[in-house]
Design a protein. Structure first.
Length: 430
């Protein structure tokens, strides 16, 4: 019997299994080289670390941390650090794979990586989070660096965590190294527009999708006459909801982990954001009905933005979805099975690696601005972001026409085509 070369180490999470299924489907659709596909199914390198933290009460807790580099073919590893109770090696590996695909698709000279710590950050004080972030940075220090692998924020982390990572790395090197992370606060070399970039990008591609559907003659949409729902009201979802609101789209429902709010006449999103900032929850927001996340998914709207976490649209609820356009703000919110079903029903899905690429695109701008020590205005950042996203969207739409496939498969094909050219040119070492 042939010896199985894979132990299954990477592949325990549904997110990873879906990512491999999607890759295989894209490979089959475009007749891609199995040599390239096989290489892309597992990460290049991973580190698992224990992160002991002295808690405020004097006790010591030990957390599990990871950093995974999926590919560095196109440049340094790139991808966020997630603090979440579901983090594990397989999930982080899948997210690193998505980063490789994302960076390649939008044409950045960057590879794909991801990191994370398994914990619920809301249970830790600021001092505990600082200690955790610093010790984690020290444990993975041999893996990261401006030319090696550049972390950024993800779920549960923000500019403050990046500032602590940058400071810890700089202390170890003996001089300031701002390029070791992106998503930093402006004061230490961050880019204007970085915090809003992912949510903005999610809406840019919705506008492109509407234009595409018009060009194809399949629908005559106008964002001003459309309705939307947003699942996840954090760094991505709240900005996306606001960008939709600014454009005159009626956002009828938004939700977070604990549930959501609904108003048929449309929510005043800036007001909801103020309420959220003050109360740290959507619960109790006046002028709206309380709804569950499942009720939100089933609402009859034109646009749905799942911007919370992976695996929220599955075979269990895919038949309830009534939206016509879905822009994936989160990484992997729709399982492969649900994606194929929804596409067979005529739903346009703008895939995560395209829809939420705004974050890493502006991370790349931050890295470039830092290298040049020359910083751009927010207007310049947004214009350049819109340009890069438009190019990636058009390339994906062309691939979708060429292979008669959905946008998700088309995005993967476009991404792997670029990657495989680079892989073949560089050759296999040794
Ligand atoms: N965490 C974000 C993502 O999933 C941003 C990564 C980055 O900027 O490197 O795309």
């Amino acid at each position: 019997m042939a010896h199985d070369l894979r132990s299954g180490l990477w592949s325990t999470s549904p997110l990873y299994q879906n990512a491999v299924m999607d890759l295989d489907f894209a490979g089959k659709t475009a007749g891609m080289s199995p040599n390239v596909l096989e290489r892309l199914k597992t990460p290049k390198k991973a580190m698992c670390v224990s992160v002991p933290v002295r808690m405020d009460d004097g006790s010591v807790k030990v957390f599990e941390g990871y950093r995974v580099q999926h590919s560095t073919t196109l440049g340094p590893g790139k991808g966020g650090i997630r603090f979440h109770p579901e983090v594990n090696l397989s999930e982080v590996s899948a997210l690193a794979m998505l980063m490789t695909m994302k960076c390649s698709l939008v044409g950045l000279p960057l590879g794909g990586a991801k990191g994370g710590i398994r914990l619920d950050p809301s249970q830790l004080s600021r001092a505990e989070q600082q200690a955790l972030t610093r010790r984690y940075t020290m444990e993975i220090i041999s893996m990261i660096g401006p030319e090696q692998d550049v972390p950024a924020p993800d779920i549960g982390t923000d500019g403050q965590h990046m500032a602590w990572m940058m400071d810890t790395y700089s202390m170890a090197k003996g001089h300031a190294v701002p390029g070791v992370v992106t998503g930093k606060p402006i004061e230490i070399g961050g880019s204007l527009g970085r915090p809003e970039s992912t949510g903005r990008g999610v809406v840019y591609v919705i506008e492109h999708a509407i234009d595409l559907l018009k060009r194809r003659g399949t629908a005559q949409y106008d964002l001003k006459k459309m309705t939307a729902t947003v699942n996840g009201f954090g760094k991505v979802g709240a900005v996306a909801a606001n960008e939709l609101f600014i454009r005159g789209c009626k956002v009828v429902a938004v939700s977070d982990f604990y549930g959501g709010i609904y108003n048929k006449a449309g929510l005043n999103i800036p007001d909801v954001i103020n309420y959220m900032n003050k109360n740290r929850t959507l619960k109790g927001y006046p002028n709206a009905e309380a709804i569950s996340n499942e009720q939100l998914f089933a609402l009859e709207v034109d646009i749905l933005v799942p911007a919370a976490i992976d695996g929220v649209i599955t075979k269990d609820n895919m038949k309830n979805i009534r939206a016509k356009i879905i822009s994936e703000g989160a990484n992997g919110p729709i399982t492969s099975e649900a994606q194929h079903y929804l596409e067979s029903q005529g739903v346009t899905i703008i895939p995560d690696i395209l829809a939420n690429a705004g974050g890493v695109i502006v991370s790349y701008f931050e890295w470039v601005q830092g290298l040049q020590q020359f910083f751009w205005s927010e207007k310049e950042v947004n214009e350049k972001l819109a340009e890069v996203m438009a190019r990636a969207f058009n390339r994906t739409a062309e691939t979708s026409d060429r292979y008669k496939c959905g946008m998700k498969t088309a995005a993967l094909i476009t991404s792997v085509e670029r990657l495989s050219q680079a892989m073949l040119l560089r050759g296999l070492f040794p």
